[in-house]
Design a protein around this ligand. Structure first.
Ligand code: FAD
Length: 141
């Protein structure tokens, strides 16, 4: 089964509540563990950027469920490709909130330090996710 990686961005819908991010992460971890999807989610309280990797079928099914979720909108795929190996295998869904520490990492791949994944190329979006992964690994291991 081919491995693929998908990166998308979206923004919160009206009515997105303070507990929603915890609920989303809990469900993501549960579901992804069952179908061997791994990845990382970054959230800055208005925008999401998420990387999903796994078998083409599992990533496709997961992304379709995510597309139908009313808790976010303007869901735009930034990057999709076949891959030889996973890059986020440590997490069924890792989470990195957008904080002051993330801002300089973001600036490296963006025109401004503001988190605006829609203004990123596919390559920059991927490189930003890898840099966020490294930052998360550094702070948790
Ligand atoms: P259930 O959890 O039983 O949900 C059934 C339906 O109700 C679904 O359509 C669901 O979207 C909707 N729903 C559930 N809770 C709420 C709520 N509080 N408010 C409004 N609607 C609700 N899922 C994954 O499996 N993997 C991921 O990596 C993942 N990442 C996500 C990232 C983001 C930014 C968002 C917004 C959602 C993500 N989700 C993820 C959740 C996904 O969109 C689906 O809600 C979930 O996969 C549905 O799981 P389920 O089939 O077990 O249905």
């Amino acid at each position: 089964m081919y491995l693929v990686r998908l990166i998308y961005t979206s923004e919160i819908s009206d009515g997105f509540g303070p507990n929603d991010i915890e609920n989303i992460l809990e469900k993501a971890k549960q579901n992804n563990a069952k179908c061997n999807v791994t990845g990382l989610l970054c959230f800055n309280s208005s925008h999401f950027m998420q990387c999903l990797e796994g078998s083409r079928k599992a990533v496709n099914e997961t992304y379709h469920r995510i597309l139908n979720d009313k808790r976010h909108r303007n869901i735009i795929m930034l990057n999709y490709c076949e891959i030889y190996e996973r890059e986020f295998e440590n997490w069924s869904m890792g989470y990195i909130p957008y904080t002051k520490q993330v801002s300089p990492i973001n600036l490296k791949y963006s025109g401004t330090s503001e988190f605006n994944p829609l203004a990123m190329s596919a390559g920059s979006a991927h490189k930003l996710m890898l840099a966020l992964r490294d930052s998360l690994l550094k702070h948790t291991m």
